[in-house]
Design a binder for this molecule. Structure first.
Ligand code: NAD
Length: 256
């Protein structure tokens, strides 16, 4: 037991070490996933009780689903829109926005499509997978509010573009698609990042997850907070397994 206590003292308290890294950083960024929004009532994908239990993601959130199963695809998006549009930013979104406002965080790179970082007041936000609030035409440059597309989504084959007649779709990256230019912008934004706060992501969706080794290779430190272990815990200076609301509050207090 004495050995274990000595080892813990040597390693330091993970929250203290994370707070020290945050205080000392000059170009800190956050990289967030669905776990930052579960405390806003939006289910994540992979936790027990997450969004995919009982639903086949490849049927409802993939380019193949959009192309070949429009009825299922839009039924899922009508349900998902109801969940997303009623959600409010939580304390973790607000903490990150406050860090940015105080000059302690450069910005947020997010895999989320819920728009909650911007609603909380974050300004430098890279939405790698787009935002659910918009729809776009599959054939031309037409864009509209997602509500316009969903209102017409029970028409045979799904909603149509008023300009060219092609199908309208949520302006998000679907499974099976390449990432939008926002990904290259994020790679650039993280090129001199000296601390990456990796929050609430299973790090199992690529190429988004590649941003973590990208920062490590550039010499930046990684602090990771997630409810469960991830495949990249070993890359992190500190990996904390816990609920984000609690961990962020404790970290915020110690880094102040
Ligand atoms: P994921 O579901 O694969 O992983 C989320 C992780 O967060 C899990 O490991 C889970 O244990 C953890 N987590 C959940 N609640 C937590 C909490 N309160 N505190 C700490 N950890 C918590 O999600 P992902 O890694 O973001 O990747 C999957 C894809 O999911 C992304 O591409 C994203 O576009 C999409 N997605 C987005 C939303 C959203 O916009 N809110 C919701 C679901 C899925």
């Amino acid at each position: 037991r004495a050995d274990r206590r000595a080892a813990r003292l040597e390693m330091g308290d993970p929250l203290d070490r994370s707070a020290a890294l945050l205080r000392g950083a000059r170009a800190a960024c956050a990289f967030t996933g669905a776990g930052v929004s579960t405390e806003s009532g939006i289910p994540d994908f992979r936790s027990a009780g997450g969004l995919w239990r009982g639903v086949d993601p490849m049927a409802v959130a993939s380019i193949q689903g959009f192309e070949h199963e429009p009825d299922r695809f839009y039924a899922f998006w009508r349900w998902r829109h109801g969940v997303l549009q009623s959600a409010k930013p939580n304390a973790v979104h607000r903490w990150l926005a406050a860090l940015e406002a105080g000059g302690r965080l450069r910005g947020v790179v997010t895999q989320n499509i819920d728009g909650l970082h911007r609603l909380a007041g974050s300004r430098a936000v890279h939405e790698l997978h787009g935002c659910f609030r918009q729809a776009r035409c599959d054939g031309c440059a037409h864009r509209c509010a997602i509500e316009t597309a969903l209102a017409a989504s029970q028409a045979p084959g799904g909603p149509r573009c008023p300009d060219c007649g092609a199908r309208l779709r949520p302006d998000v990256t679907l499974f099976g698609e390449l990432l939008p230019p926002a990904f290259d912008d994020a790679v650039e934004a993280l090129s001199d990042c000296d601390l990456l706060l990796v929050l609430g992501t299973s790090l199992s969706v690529y190429p988004a997850a590649q941003l973590v080794p990208h920062v490590r290779e550039g010499g930046g430190a990684v602090v990771l907070v997630n409810a469960e272990p991830t495949p990249m815990d070993a890359l992190a200076e500190v990996a904390i397994h816990g609920q984000l609301g609690q961990v962020a509050a404790a970290l915020g207090a110690r880094a102040a």
